[in-house]
Design a protein around this ligand. Structure first.
Ligand SMILES: Nc1ncnc2c1ncn2[C@@H]1O[C@H](COP(=O)(O)OP(=O)(O)OP(=O)(O)O)[C@@H](O)[C@H]1O
Ligand SMILES: O=P(O)(O)O[C@H]1[C@H](OP(=O)(O)O)[C@@H](OP(=O)(O)O)[C@@H](O)[C@@H](O)[C@@H]1OP(=O)(O)O
Ligand SMILES: [Mg+2]
Ligand SMILES: [Mg+2]
Length: 348
């Protein structure tokens, strides 16, 4: 297959053209189009929520104009009978599905599976998730990046206060379920203000020191080599005064996941200033390599009162790219680059 042929649709690509969704085209017409032109076929296995947020009509239309076709994977049929795919995109959980993907990777080395199930699994535990960042110990002239001090509690809530004391963790503490598998429960976080209340928590969990950061966090989206940063509202700082007065454990909602971005808010410039680009480039490059992933995002906070002290508090696989400005172009370029680099490898 010649590269010019493979990407011939790019010549006709018109961004302003009203994109059609898959359902607006008849399947017959698509098959005909596919026979005439060689499409990059991306099989996807995603939840219906993800399909809605990610495969937006504008994105699907732009992708088609660039020669990329998205095809839903039918989980009830063998994967090898479907396609043929150039790329497989997935975010589903379960041991069985992981095994299907692993087998498929072995038998179809020509297909790019985004990303390897084992590497994704590493992010499903809030302890192993941040280990790479801790190991990296990134410190440059642009700033330092670490993780908050944290402790894993596997069981026995009555021993938490002692363990916290021994480890020298400072209150307040963010309690996060150890497992981060995308279930609603795995996103149920709480803030513990005093030692006595720690026994109310439900292990297995990770207890993380709460770092004051001015109520703003940075979501760093990574798509292959591309990086995009947005500001989001986060939890407000906890003052010493508040800490001395308040007791208890408080559940808090998914503040930073709200679609409303903090990008246009009237914020203190020292809080709002984005982390330096070169620092993020270094961090992203290292993490891509260490995690073996190409599609993820990081939640980063800057310690309030400092200019260059950053903490990674969360890493998510295949996050809400639909909320990332310009994701349509970034993603289509990324998918095409994968096929191009495969083509180059084959022909060299
Ligand atoms: N150590 C911390 N210090 C200060 N704030 C924190 C800390 N950890 C978490 N937070 C706040 O709690 C929010 C949720 O925490 P986290 O991102 O770990 O949870 P999550 O359920 O994995 O979120 P997501 O929806 O991004 O997957 C963060 O966005 C931030 O506002
Ligand atoms: O729901 P959204 O599309 O916003 O995406 C969120 C995504 O949910 P989804 O994968 O079910 O879509 C979450 O994944 P799970 O931990 O639940 O697996 C997690 O990655 C969030 O961080 C994403 O929000 P973002 O961090 O990008 O704002
Ligand atoms: Mg988060
Ligand atoms: Mg998360």
């Amino acid at each position: 297959m010649r590269l010019e042929e493979e990407f011939s649709h790019c010549d006709n690509y018109d961004e302003e053209e009203e994109p059609k969704t898959m359902s607006q085209c008849s399947i017959g017409a698509l098959q005909q189009q596919q026979q005439q032109q060689k499409f990059v076929v991306v099989g996807y296995a995603l939840t219906s929520k993800k399909i809605k947020s990610f495969l937006q009509p504008k994105f699907e239309g732009l992708a088609r104009n660039k020669g990329i076709l998205f095809v839903a994977i039918d989980q009830n049929r063998p994967l090898s009978d479907q396609g043929p795919f150039d790329i497989v995109l997935h975010k589903l959980t379960g041991k069985e599905w992981r095994q299907i993907l692993e087998d498929y990777r072995q038998t179809h080395p020509e297909v790019t599976v985004l990303d390897p199930p084992d590497a994704i699994q590493h992010l499903h535990n809030r302890q192993s998730m941040l280990q790479c960042v801790a190991d990296m110990n990134l410190s440059t002239s642009y700033g330092r990046v670490g993780v908050p001090r944290q402790l894993v509690i596997k069981k026995d809530a009555s021993s938490i206060a002692d363990a916290v004391d021994k480890a020298g963790l400072i209150l307040p503490l963010v309690a996060k379920p150890l497992v981060a598998d995308g279930s609603a429960k795995s996103h149920e976080l709480s803030l513990a203000y005093d030692q006595y209340s720690l026994q109310k928590l439900e292990p297995p969990l990770v207890l993380q020191e709460f770092v004051n950061h001015g109520g703003v966090l940075f979501k760093v989206y990574i798509v292959g080599e591309a990086i995009k940063v947005v500001r989001r509202f986060s939890l407000p700082d906890v003052t010493k005064r508040e800490l001395s007065k308040v007791t208890g454990v408080f559940r808090f909602p998914r503040v930073s996941c709200a679609a409303a971005s903090a990008d246009d808010a009237d914020l203190d410039p020292s809080v709002a200033e984005l982390p330096p680009r070169p620092l993020l480039e270094r961090l992203a490059k290292e993490l891509r390599w260490r995690l073996g992933l190409r599609l993820f995002n990081l939640d980063i906070i800057r310690e309030h009162g400092t200019r260059d002290r950053f903490y990674v508090i969360d890493i998510n696989y295949f996050p809400g790219y639909g909320k990332m400005p310009g994701y349509e172009h970034i993603f289509t370029d990324f998918l095409l680059s994968l096929v191009q680099s495969r083509y180059k490898k084959r022909s060299s």
